[in-house]
Design a protein around this ligand. Structure first.
Ligand SMILES: [Zn+2]
Length: 77
């Protein structure tokens, strides 16, 4: 089946959007303050991804077809 690029209900082509979460981990100093130094890591456990319409700002779930191609899922909000 020919692949159709996902489009919004308004007819605009959707964009893929991913929100990355970065965790910062600080040590607590012996004075009870948060250390200025920290280590950070990406949190890949809960990436938030959407298909976003930049015309009307609707967001849809990201879905995949049987050949792992991105298709439009349910309307998110
Ligand atoms: Zn739209």
């Amino acid at each position: 089946m020919k692949y159709q690029v996902p489009v919004c209900v308004c007819g605009n082509a959707l964009r893929y959007e991913k929100e990355m979460t970065i965790e910062r981990i600080h040590r607590i100093t012996k004075h009870g303050k948060i250390s200025k130094r920290y280590s950070s890591k990406d949190n890949p456990l809960h990436p938030l991804e959407y298909l976003l319409c930049d015309s009307c700002s609707k967001r849809f779930e990201v879905d995949y077809d049987e050949r792992d191609r991105i298709v439009c899922g349910e309307l998110r909000f």
